[in-house]
Ligand binder design. Structure first.
Ligand SMILES: [Zn+2]
Length: 244
């Protein structure tokens, strides 16, 4: 990553924070929480280069499912971004290291999978700092992108992200692959609902916060997703290649 790209990203992240803060001051009802939804903040949904789709995974690293996902990505020749939980990295540092060794991007999901809506500013800051240190010491990589659990961005979340030089990114399309009823077919149907060139796609490489075994639907969806991207004239890759 060049210095200019890093600077551009941080300036953009600063702009996002200022924009959100301005909105909060303008609309006091939003002071406690901001739900990033559809058209509210397109910036936060990670829309990037129109010849590219960003592939992102949340909730790992998991000792069972993450290696299977990594094997499939290697077979397909695709790189992705993994939003890791500090608690999972602490338990399975060797899996986090394999993600890095395979050439994928490490990003931050938080220390624990708890909704920021119900947490104090101090607790949120502690959570994010602890996870950041956890990931950095386990992988040697300092994450740049951040996605809070459940995609809930509160004002303290944004403030902490800005202070820690983290760029919040949610998603534009998701496979809803956490459900007990998730199947590869259904995951692809859900992705296509919001799929467009430049989208950031959310999937999960771990079922630690969802239905046991749901990652198998995710696994099956990777090749059809790659085919869909190619049909749209897009490459499939990580957020750092997404032009954010
Ligand atoms: Zn999650």
């Amino acid at each position: 990553m060049t210095r200019s790209i890093t600077s551009k990203r941080l300036i953009t992240a600063a702009g996002s924070y200022v924009f959100a803060s301005t909105l909060i001051r303008s609309y006091p009802a939003l002071a406690s929480v901001i739900w990033i939804k559809d058209t509210l903040f397109e910036y936060q949904q990670g829309w990037g280069r129109t010849d590219h789709i960003a592939l992102t995974f949340d909730d790992g690293p998991d000792p069972i499912s993450t290696p299977l996902i990594l094997n499939e990505l290697k077979r397909l020749g695709v790189k992705a971004t993994f939003f890791m939980l500090g608690s999972m990295v602490e338990a399975y540092p060797y899996v986090a290291q394999r993600v890095v060794d395979d050439g994928h991007e490490v990003a931050l999901h938080g220390q624990w999978h708890k909704n920021h809506l119900f947490r104090s500013a101090k607790t949120i800051r502690f959570d994010m700092e602890k996870a950041l240190n956890q990931l950095e010491s386990a992988t040697g990589v300092r994450p740049f992108f951040f996605r809070p659990p459940y995609g809930v961005l509160t004002e303290p979340t944004l403030r902490s992200a800005f202070d820690l030089s983290l760029r919040p990114v949610l998603w534009g399309a998701w496979g809803r692959d956490w459900r007990q009823s998730a199947s590869t077919t259904q995951v692809m149907i859900d992705i296509k609902k919001r799929f467009a060139p430049g989208a950031t796609v959310l999937l999960h490489d771990s079922d630690c916060t969802s239905s046991p075994g749901s990652f198998r639907a995710t696994l099956g969806a990777l090749e059809p997703l790659l085919t869909l991207c190619e049909q749209q004239g897009c490459t499939l890759g990580s957020l750092k290649e997404h032009g954010l």
